[in-house]
Design a protein around this ligand. Structure first.
Ligand code: NA7
Length: 539
C-alpha cells in the first residue's frame, strides 16, 4: 500500500443541520481542525429543505431547541407553540452567527464517498466538487429524513404540469391560486400541507393510500408572560428534559387502558386529544403500544373524532385508519386537516379501492379514471434513517462498503459506530432513539458523547476507535428484542424500512427511551471506552 498521508483535518462533519452545527461548535471548542461539508445552498438541513406550506415542528419549540447555551435560551424568542419552518430556520441561522460557525462550513459540497486508510487511521473524504480531504474523524450528521424517496409510480417523469416534492419545495413562492392540485401522500408532511394548499387551490384532490391518525396541534402564539415564566425556569426545564425518557416532560402512565372503565378512558383520551401534544394519547396508559386490545380503544377514539369533524360519512370513513394500530406509524399533529375535507373543492381518492396506475402528461390515472391536474405535490416521504448514509460510497476496513455491510439492515454499536468503519460516528442514525424522541435532545446527547470520546482518544494518543463485532451483534439483538416487545414491528412503516422497495425489514430505532439509552452509552464509555476496540500510534 502507498504510504499514508497525514491528516489535513481532525474532523469532517457531513451536514449542517441541527446535528452538524452543534457538532462543529463542540469539536471546535476541543481545538480540533474541523470542517462541515453541506450539500445544500445553505445551512439548516431538514429545516432548510422542507419548505412546503404548513411545514412546522410537531414538538413544542421551547423544547425542540438547543439546551447547551443558557444565554441562547434567554435571548431567543419563539413566537408560537409550534414554530414554522421559516422560524426554525431563522433560529439555526442565529445559532450559526452567534457561535461564529459559518467560517468552517462549506456549502454546495456533497460528500460522495469516504475511504478508510487502515495504515494511517484516517478517512479520505471525496466530494462532488472534486475535493479530497484527509481527516482523522468523520461525523455523519446527515439526518434521519434527508434521503427523499422518489415516487415509485410509473410515468412519474411524463407529467406536463408542475411536479413538487414536500422535501424539496422551491424557494420562490409557489402560487397555486386557481390551479387544480393533487397531493400524493398523507403522512405528517401531507397532513400539514393539505389545509394550506386547499386555501389556494381551485380544486384539491388528495390521493391517499393509508390514512393516518392525526391529533389537533392546538397551536397558538406564545404570550410574553408565558415566555418570561419559562425563561425563569429554563435551567431546571433543560435538566429535566435531559433526564427524560423521550426529551419531553410528562408524568408516565401507571395503568393499563383495559383496567379502567369506558367513561374514565374516554375522559383520559379527551384530555390527551386536547393537549395538542404529539404523544398526548400515547402517554395515557402503559399498554397502548404493546397490547392490541388496549390500542384499539384509542384507535377507535380517534376514529370517533374524525366522524365528528368530517361531515360526509363516506369521506370520514375513508380518512379513518383501520389497518394498523395507533402510534405504530408516526402519529401526526394537524391544524385543520380533517375539517379541510368539508370544503366543497377538496376531495380524497381512496387508493386502496382505486389504485394509481400511472402518472400521465395530464395528471394521475387511477384504476377507474384519469384525474386531470395542473400541479402534483408529492408528499411521499423518505428513505428514513439509513438512506443518507448508504447513498455515499463509504469504504471501510478490508474494502467493505457500508452499503454492502448494511444490505440486510443497519448494524452498529449504540447507533454510533459500525464495526469495520472506525472513527466514523453517526448522529441520530439507525438503532438509536432518534425518531422516537425529541430529535434535538437526542442530537445533543450524541454530539456530547462523540465529543467526549474524541477528547479521550486524543488525550491518550489513540488514533483509532472501532465497534467490536461482538458488541455490535449484542446491540443489534438488544434493539430488536426491545422492539419485539411492542406492536411496532407488526406494521409496514418507514420505522421498518417498509416504505422503500427492496429495503430490508428491520426495526430501525431504539424503543427503550432516551434515558435508558443515555445510560447504555455512558456505560460503554467507562473504563476508557473499553466496550470498543482502540488502537494508537498511527501518527
Ligand atoms: P411519510 O410519513 O413516509 O408519508 C408518506 C406518505 O406517502 C404516506 O401516506 C404513504 O402511503 C404515501 N406514499 C408513498 N409512496 C406512495 C405511492 N407510490 N403512492 C401513493 N402513496 C404513496 O413521509 P412524510 O414526509 O409525511 O413524513 C416523514 C416524517 O417526517 C414524519 O413522520 C415526521 O417524523 C417528519 P403509505 O403509508 O406508504 O401507504
Amino acid at each position: 500500500p502507498s504510504p499514508s498521508a497525514a491528516p489535513q483535518l481532525d474532523a469532517v462533519i457531513v451536514g449542517a443541520g441541527f446535528s452538524g452545527l452543534y457538532q462543529l461548535y463542540r469539536l471546535r471548542a476541543l481545538g480540533l481542525r474541523t470542517r462541515v461539508l453541506e450539500a445544500c445552498d445553505n445551512i439548516g438541513g431538514t429545516w432548510y429543505r422542507n419548505r412546503y406550506p404548513g411545514a412546522r415542528c410537531d414538538v413544542e419549540s421551547t423544547a425542540y431547541s438547543f439546551s447547551f447555551s443558557p444565554e441562547l435560551d434567554q435571548e431567543w424568542e419563539w413566537s408560537e407553540r409550534y414554530a414554522t419552518q421559516p422560524e426554525l430556520l431563522r433560529y439555526l441561522h442565529h445559532v450559526a452567527d452567534r457561535f461564529d460557525l459559518r467560517k468552517d462550513i462549506t456549502l454546495r459540497t456533497r460528500v460522495t464517498g469516504a475511504v478508510y486508510d487502515e495504515g494511517g487511521h484516517t478517512w479520505q473524504v471525496t466530494t462532488d466538487t472534486g475535493e479530497t480531504v484527509i481527516t482523522r474523524f468523520v461525523v455523519l450528521a446527515t439526518g434521519c429524513m434527508s434521503a427523499v424517496k422518489e415516487p415509485d409510480i410509473p410515468g412519474a417523469g411524463t407529467f406536463a404540469g408542475r411536479a413538487l416534492h414536500t422535501a424539496d419545495w422551491p424557494h420562490e413562492d409557489v402560487d397555486l391560486t386557481g390551479r387544480r392540485v393533487a397531493v400524493i401522500g398523507t403522512g405528517c408532511s401531507g397532513i400539514q400541507a393539505i389545509p394550506l394548499l386547499a386555501e389556494q387551490a381551485a380544486e384539491l384532490t388528495v390521493f391517499q393510500r393509508t390514512p393516518v391518525y392525526a391529533l389537533p396541534a392546538r397551536n397558538r402564539p406564545l404570550s410574553a408572560a408565558e415566555t418570561a415564566e419559562l425563561k425563569a425556569r429554563y435551567p431546571e426545564f433543560r435538566a429535566a428534559q435531559r433526564r427524560s425518557k423521550g426529551g419531553t416532560l410528562f408524568e408516565p402512565p401507571t395503568r393499563s387502558a383495559l383496567e379502567v372503565d369506558e367513561a374514565e378512558r374516554r375522559a383520559a383520551y379527551e384530555e390527551g386529544w386536547d393537549s395538542g401534544v404529539l404523544s398526548g394519547l400515547l402517554r395515557t396508559y402503559t399498554d397502548i403500544l404493546v397490547d392490541r386490545a388496549a390500542n384499539e380503544t384509542v384507535a377507535e377514539f380517534v376514529r370517533s373524532k374524525i366522524r365528528s369533524i368530517v361531515t360526509d360519512p363516506e369521506t370520514a370513513e375513508t380518512l379513518s385508519p383501520r389497518t394498523f394500530p395507533f402510534g405504530t406509524k408516526r402519529p401526526c399533529l394537524d391544524t385543520g386537516y380533517y375539517a379541510t375535507y368539508n370544503k366543497p373543492h377538496v376531495s380524497v381518492v381512496d387508493l386502496t379501492k382505486t389504485p394509481i396506475v400511472e402518472i400521465t402528461p395530464r395528471g394521475i390515472r387511477t384504476s377507474d379514471r384519469e384525474h386531470a391536474v395542473d400541479v402534483i405535490a408529492f408528499a411521499t416521504g423518505f428513505d428514513a434513517l439509513t438512506g443518507s448514509q448508504v447513498a455515499m460510497d463509504i469504504v471501510g476496513k478490508g474494502g467493505t462498503t457500508l452499503r454492502e455491510k448494511w444490505a440486510d439492515g443497519p448494524r452498529n454499536h449504540l447507533g454510533l459506530l459500525s464495526a469495520g468503519f472506525p472513527n466514523l460516528f453517526t448522529v441520530i442514525g439507525p438503532l438509536s432513539p432518534s425518531v422516537l424522541s425529541n430529535a434535538v435532545v437526542a442530537i445533543e446527547q450524541h454530539v456530547e458523547w462523540i465529543t467526549d470520546c474524541i477528547a479521550h482518544l486524543r488525550r491518550n494518543g489513540i488514533t483509532e476507535i472501532d465497534a467490536t463485532p461482538r458488541a455490535e451483534a449484542d446491540w443489534c439483538a438488544h434493539v430488536a428484542d426491545l422492539a419485539a416487545q411492542t406492536l411496532y414491528p407488526s406494521v409496514d412503516s418507514w420505522y421498518m424500512g417498509a416504505n422503500v422497495p427492496g429495503k430490508p425489514r428491520v426495526f430501525l430505532a431504539y424503543t427503550g427511551g432516551l434515558e435508558r439509552y443515555r445510560a447504555e452509552c455512558d456505560a460503554a464509555a467507562e473504563g476508557g471506552y473499553r466496550a470498543f476496540a482502540l488502537s494508537g500510534g498511527a501518527d
